[in-house]
Design a protein around this ligand. Structure first.
Ligand code: GSH
Length: 201
């Protein structure tokens, strides 16, 4: 299998952390590509021209990160990163949706600030997305008990999302008002899977 990869993409990082945690890393070749420049090879595999894209051994492709993570999670023998049944199945998916939603907001802010000409930036839009991130972090702080001791797809996605907020400075000094979340994140960040996949500064 071949994973189309970008070292700064948090969606790619989620897949990479899962590969580390499940011991699947040596089954995957990784190739860095820039989705934003619509490279021909990626367009043939994914009309959205986005990373991560996973090319299977039979030439079929899978995207996006949620689909890739679920596919990979069924290919190892250890404890599943997405519990197959029960309440936790839905809670883990919900947590991943929250984390990906935070990422979607942070990427939109990044694009608005870094790619759009300054005169065309839309403050209302930026503030709307910032508030969504703030509320999401508040809810994680409030429900921190539900996150403790977990290493699953939901916890991975949340840690990766927070890592991306830090990388882009998209949530300022969020730790000041969310001490419990900060402590949880500090601990989770020490996992070898998180250290090995940390984006270049
Ligand atoms: N929902 C997608 C999002 C993937 C995504 O936004 N990838 C970005 C890199 S962080 C990308 O490839 N952007 C290229 C583009 O939008 O043209 C997933 O979970 O995989």
């Amino acid at each position: 299998m071949l994973l189309r990869h970008s070292p700064t993409s948090p969606y790619v990082r989620k897949v990479m952390v899962l590969l580390h945690e499940t011991g699947l890393l040596d089954q995957i070749a990784v190739e860095t590509i820039d989705g934003w420049s619509e490279p021909e090879v990626l367009l043939e595999e994914n009309p959205l021209s986005m990373v991560p894209t996973l090319v299977l051994d039979d030439g079929q492709t899978l995207f996006d990160s949620r689909v890739i993570c679920e596919y990979l999670d069924r290919r190892h023998v250890g404890r599943p990163m997405l519990p197959p049944t029960g309440d936790m199945h839905w809670y883990v998916l919900r947590d991943q949706a929250l984390a990906d939603g935070i990422l979607d907001c942070a990427v939109l802010i990044f694009v608005e600030q870094q790619k759009r000409p300054e005169a065309q930036r839309w403050d209302w839009w930026l503030e709307l997305k910032r508030r969504a991130i703030e509320r999401s972090l508040d809810s994680l702080e409030q429900d921190i008990e539900a996150l403790l001791e977990r290493v699953d797809l939901g916890a991975i996605a949340i840690a990766v999302a927070i890592g991306y907020l830090d990388l882009r400075g998209a949530a300022g000094d969020w730790r000041e008002t969310r001490p419990a979340l900060a402590t949880w994140y500090a601990g989770f960040s020490q996992r070898p899977s998180m250290i090995a996949t940390a984006p270049p500064v």
